[in-house]
Design a protein around this ligand. Structure first.
Ligand code: DOR
Length: 434
């Protein structure tokens, strides 16, 4: 803060602004935590070079496992938020499968408090049931009073139909959204990959696509019954995408997300028996992968969400059937989406990809300071991306404390140059600033 001239001004110079309203060449002048002006020929004492770059609203991840409290050896709010900032994110939604679970006001407060000291805006989901045990509703109202807008037992789905109906009724009254990890445990218990040709060849127990689809079907029915909003986490099958498309066509209040690994990797990756490729829901076959990409392109799937799920090497080095599921995503999602969805011939544009990574997820989570148009007066939550940089993903895991990267050796397009959170440049020239 300068004593005479107010807050220091920064300009993002020479880029192409891209937001929900369209695309234009413009510099973006920031003052404090706001955008002061968007125009050509702007100057300021601090200049961040945006030439050749897209200047867009910061990305918003609806699905981040930050692992705190409880598994600080795998990730912390601090390390996960650094990975997020490096990936172009300005906000993340923490998943509640921590130890203890985020299922009451005290744990919500703890995570939000940790988030305040971190590089990005950390929001949290709350569990639907106490301890995510699927038996008793969690105190959703006290969590909603702290700003929780998305409730989920992610890691598992709520199996009990009657309990889920009651959760939808409460959610409707509270004006919050229920996000389901769709997996019927009666069909998935004891399995470790997708059921198909590869599980048969590898001799590994597989779960059928129907384990996911039956729960998608039930929750669409419950959304219809109760009028409450349902969000479908990490959709992975063609059948799920078709059901969500039909529900939307019927006017139901449903939204959906897909994870990068479900539009880039198939169950053939499991042939190595490397548990880096183990994830829930599992990697599927070619037709499902194509259906997820098409669902994103058509807009049936509203958001790309990372399901960033860090696990330390000693856990992932266990045999495939015993290792925990999950893979890293925050530092790769944008580049994977540009490479696979824009260059891969789905018909999606860079603007479509940014819609699914930024303003659409921000709307689903009710994050009012993110995904906003790049315009004077708006909060300065932005990412600056060089879409022409090609780079090869390595095994380091980036800023994460874990290294379970399933994309090692893959060459992708698009690199984050700067990330600005509430006016602070937290990533400059690809380096985290604190
Ligand atoms: O693969 C997964 N890992 N799927 C989930 O739903 C949970 C996540 C985790 O927490 O590791």
């Amino acid at each position: 803060m300068s004593a005479t001239n107010g807050p220091v001004r920064t300009v993002l110079k020479g880029g192409t602004v891209l937001d929900a309203t369209g695309e234009r060449r413009a510099d973006v002048l920031l003052e404090g935590d706001r955008i002061l002006a968007v125009d050509e020929g702007l100057d300021a004492p601090v200049v961040l070079d945006a030439s050749g770059c897209l200047v867009a609203p910061g990305l918003v991840d609806l699905h981040t496992h930050l692992r705190q409290p409880g598994r600080e050896d795998a990730e912390t709010v601090e390390s996960g938020s650094r990975a997020a900032a490096l990936g172009g994110y300005t906000a993340v939604l923490a998943m509640p499968n921590t130890t203890p679970a985020i299922d009451c006001a005290a744990v919500v407060r703890e995570v939000l408090e940790l988030g305040r000291a971190s590089l990005v805006d950390v929001h949290t989901s709350g569990a639907i049931t106490v301890g995510r045990a699927g038996e008793q509703l969690a105190p959703m109202a006290e969590m909603a009073a702290l700003g929780v807008r998305i409730f989920t037992d992610d890691g598992t789905g709520v199996q009990d139909d009657r309990l889920m109906r009651r959760a939808f009724e409460y959610a409707s009254g509270l004006g919050v959204t229920l996000a389901q990890h769709c997996e019927v445990s009666a069909l998935s218990e004891g399995t470790c990959m997708h059921e198909g040709e590869w599980s048969a060849r590898l001799g590994l127990p597989g779960q059928p696509a129907e384990a996911e689809e039956l729960m998608v079907m039930r929750d669409i029915a419950l959304a219809r019954l109760t009028g409450a909003r349902a969000h479908f986490l990490h959709l992975s099958t063609a059948g799920s995408v078709a059901m969500v498309a039909a529900a939307k066509a019927g006017g139901l209040p449903v939204t959906a997300e897909a994870a990068p690994h479900h539009f880039t990797l198939t169950d053939a990756c499991c042939a190595s028996y490397d548990a880096t490729f183990k994830v829930h829901p599992p990697l599927r076959g070619d037709a499902d992968v194509a259906a997820v990409a098409a669902g994103l392109a058509e807009g049936t799937i509203d958001a790309i969400a990372t399901d960033h799920a860090p696990h330390p090497p000693e856990d992932k080095e266990r045999p495939f059937d015993q290792a925990p599921p999950g893979m890293l995503g925050l530092e790769y999602a944008l580049a994977l989406a540009l490479t696979q969805l824009v260059d891969g011939g789905t018909g999606m544009t860079e603007a479509d990809v940014l819609a699914r990574l930024s303003w659409q997820p921000a709307a689903i989570a009710g994050m009012e300071r993110h995904g906003r148009p790049v315009a004077a007066g708006e909060p300065a939550n932005l990412c600056v991306v060089d879409p022409s940089v090609r780079w090869t993903i390595d095994a380091s895991g980036g800023a994460s404390l874990s290294r379970n990267v399933p994309y090692v050796g893959r060459t992708v397009r698009g690199k984050v140059r700067h990330t600005v959170v509430d006016g602070e440049a937290v990533v400059v020239d690809g380096e985290a600033q604190r």
